[in-house]
Ligand binder design. Structure first.
Ligand code: PLP
Length: 379
């Protein structure tokens, strides 16, 4: 299933993922949630880190569940040999239900109608469906509104081919102080009570994402769903004391072309960089088709030979130019750090997200499949 870029591993542009750092982050989460189950979110190619390697790592570390967005991501994990439970977190189309049942993927039922469809598909497949009901306590995305959850109950009574394993919801603002998180927890407790009064007690109730894990212990219920914290990044608030996260990914490329230019020379599409003085320019084999976003151009910097240099001109689809100054030294084959640290400088995913006015979530998930993932400290 690995793509050609991953098979050849010849490209000088690559991301490097440190298993040791992911292990550290997983252990930090386990310390915060003693006795609770941990679901590791590996959707979006494990936030760009590689779904199969990360899924296998989390399975080996004792994760209780993996979380994917779409059934196809779950099937990829199953075909790679992963056997622990996998929850499909998003709403799915009816035609995707049989795939979930065939590959033993736990299905989210965000409505009573979907639940009916799931039970019917399980009957047709001659298998049992495993379901987590989703309720909306304030995220406003999917799920039955917390005040109307009792509408699930008559349908549940009719479902003879479904196991009701979980009940869950999702936070809208857990990475911020204040906000609606406490209200969402209260609403979740209210919904749990309605089901309990009707005789349904789910073995896995869950609501906490990274923010919930770090700042709201009362939100840990039976399981937490860890996403970004696993990969060592968290934005919004400083971490609770005693908790450390280690960013697991760095991003590198290599100088593939060098030239001198005269004052007045334009660089790149639209010539929106014109050299004020004679200078030296290097070209790097990375661009927005790799997920290095065009919007980073005017603010972006890279590290070459322990020196920070600015991007010159617009980032192209596959290449970009860097101004290494009139007397800067760099040669073809030099390592270039796009995200990571040298002796005296560092560039983080927070920096490049700020340059392109986006979130680290969007950036990481957009690092494209043609960027090989190199793994270190695997054992
Ligand atoms: C349903 C659900 N649970 C958990 C997560 C993990 O969130 P985070 O990366 O903030 O931990 C996500 C991510 O978007 C999600 O959609």
């Amino acid at each position: 299933m690995t793509n050609i870029h991953q098979q050849l591993l010849t490209r000088p542009t690559f991301v490097e993922v440190d298993f040791g750092k992911v292990r550290h982050n997983f252990n930090e989460i386990q310390k915060l949630v003693p006795g609770k189950k941990v679901l590791c979110v590996v959707k979006g190619n494990a936030y760009g880190h590689g779904a199969v390697p990360m899924g296998k790592l989390f399975e080996s570390l004792g994760a209780d569940y993996l979380g994917v967005a779409i059934p196809e991501e779950g099937v990829e994990l199953r075909l790679s040999g992963i056997t622990i439970p996998i929850l499909v977190l998003s709403a799915i189309a009816d035609k995707q239900i049989p795939v979930c049942i065939e590959h033993d993927l736990t299905i989210t039922a965000p409505s009573d109608e979907k639940l009916e469809q799931i039970d019917l598909a399980a009957q047709q497949a001659g298998k049992r469906a495993i379901v987590h009901l989703k309720i909306d306590t304030g995220m406003g995305r999917i799920g039955v509104n917390w005040e109307r959850v009792s509408k699930f109950i008559p349908v549940m009574e009719k479902c003879k081919h479904t196991d009701f394993e979980g009940l869950y919801s999702h936070f809208a603002c857990s990475d911020e102080e204040g906000g609606v998180t406490h209200i969402q927890i209260e609403r979740f407790n209210h919904a749990i009570k309605i089901f309990q009064d009707a005789g349904y007690d789910f073995s896995i109730k869950h609501i906490a994402n990274s923010g919930g894990i770090l700042f709201y212990p009362e939100s840990h219920f039976d399981m937490v769903r860890a996403g970004m914290v696993l990969y060592g990044l968290f934005e919004g608030r400083s971490l609770p004391s005693g908790v450390t996260l280690e960013p697991a990914m760095s991003w590198k490329t290599e100088v593939v072309y060098f030239k001198y230019i005269e004052a007045g020379t334009g660089i790149g599409y639209g010539h929106n960089y014109i050299a004020k003085t004679a200078t030296r320019i290097v070209t790097l084999p990375v661009g927005y088709a790799d997920g290095y976003q065009r919007a980073m151009g005017p603010h972006g910097k890279v590290i070459i030979r322990d020196t920070m240099y600015p991007i010159a001109g617009r980032i192209c689809m596959d290449q970009m130019m860097v101004n290494i100054s009139r007397f800067g030294e760099s040669y073809k084959g030099d390592e270039v750090i796009l995200v990571g640290s040298s002796k005296s400088h560092s560039i983080t995913f927070f920096d490049i997200a700020a340059w392109s006015d986006t979130s680290i979530y969007e950036l990481l998930s957009q690092i494209s499949s043609r960027v090989p993932r190199i793994y270190k400290n695997q054992n």
